[in-house]
Design a binder for this molecule. Structure first.
Ligand SMILES: [Fe+2]
Length: 312
């Protein structure tokens, strides 16, 4: 019988990462401490502030009627369209008053265990740099627009804010079972590419959807992708694509539903049963699925990104 692992209970200081956890090494820049935080947020010149404004305005033209109400309200509460890249100090003060979260600057993607530790302390690590005009439409590495515009408005919702903190704590448990890949799929299909019901409508709350020009319409309206009600056991067994539109999106009933399905469940048992690799292809529909929309997969079948296939 597998040993029951002690959960990490104190995240005041960065816990020691056990030596038998398998993670990809990242080279820490010399000027950073173990928390990977920049001493202060970068300063941006007027061209960079204009890139923020142009990205913001483009998204705000598209998102009404497609983005979750909590997201639209969050952008207003934090005044993200006030002009230029927002100051992390200002939005942290406003967030702190609403849900106790803050936004802290990091130079790039940071190691999983450090990312989880910040989330467990209600700190959201946000990329410090902003994309250029050349990479205006798509960048692989998350920049300040993806992180602050895409993720931070959702942290104004109290239940979602609690979910993110619990996700950070859950990360430590997943690492100890070496099942980060599975927990990563949950993050992908909720925090990055999640959809939700609002009355009879479907709306997007995932940052990967909300920070780009095409996927909001594709995920919510297009015939091509599957839309399936979220089932945590199934999602954690499902592969995903990093650099193209998703063949499948998972839909939650509400943030309370997401919280219940994840935080209030026995992950020890799940991790003991999960194989290290994914079981289901990202376009699969399986017997247990509660299907909202069975996709045609036209976009995928026509070759996806790079083939010239129409997204919608
Ligand atoms: Fe993200």
């Amino acid at each position: 019988m597998a040993t029951v692992l002690e959960p990490e209970s104190d995240f005041t200081t960065l816990p020691e990462m056990p030596a038998d956890v398998f993670t990809a090494p990242l080279k820490k820049p010399d000027h950073l401490d173990d928390d990977w935080l920049e001493p202060k947020q970068a300063t941006y010149d007027s061209d960079q502030d204009t890139i923020w404004d142009d990205l913001f305005n483009r998204q705000m033209d598209v998102l009404p009627g497609l983005a979750a109400s909590a997201f639209m309200q969050g952008t207003e509460k934090l005044d993200l369209g006030k002009g230029g890249v927002p100051d992390f100090g200002r939005i942290s003060e406003e967030l702190d008053a609403l849900t106790g979260w803050s936004v802290v600057p990091v130079p790039m993607l940071i190691p999983d265990h450090v990312f989880f530790w910040h989330l467990a302390n209600r700190r959201f690590p946000a990329g410090n740099f902003i994309r250029t005009r050349e990479t205006f439409d798509y960048i692989q590495e998350p920049d300040v627009f993806h992180d602050v515009f895409g993720h931070v408005p959702m942290l104004t919702d109290p239940t979602y804010a609690d979910y993110m903190q619990e996700y950070g704590k859950a990360g430590w448990k997943a690492m100890r079972y070496n099942r980060l890949k599975a927990l990563g799929a949950l993050y992908w299909y909720t925090v990055e590419f999640g959809l939700m019901l609002e009355g009879d409508d479907i709306r997007a709350y995932g940052a990967g959807i909300l920070s780009g020009p095409t996927e909001a319409v594709f995920s919510v309206k297009a015939d091509s992708p599957n839309r399936i009600m979220l089932n945590v056991d199934r999602v954690m067994r499902t592969d995903y694509v990093i650099s193209d539109l998703q063949p499948t999106y998972f839909v939650i009933e509400s943030f309370e539903d997401l919280y219940r399905q994840t935080v209030e469940r026995d992950f020890d048992r799940l991790y003991r049963n999960l194989s290290p690799a994914f079981t289901y292809a990202n376009s699969a529909v399986i017997d247990v699925d509660n299907v909202v929309h069975r996709g045609t997969q036209e976009y995928l079948l026509r070759g996806g990104r790079g083939s010239g296939a129409e997204a919608v």
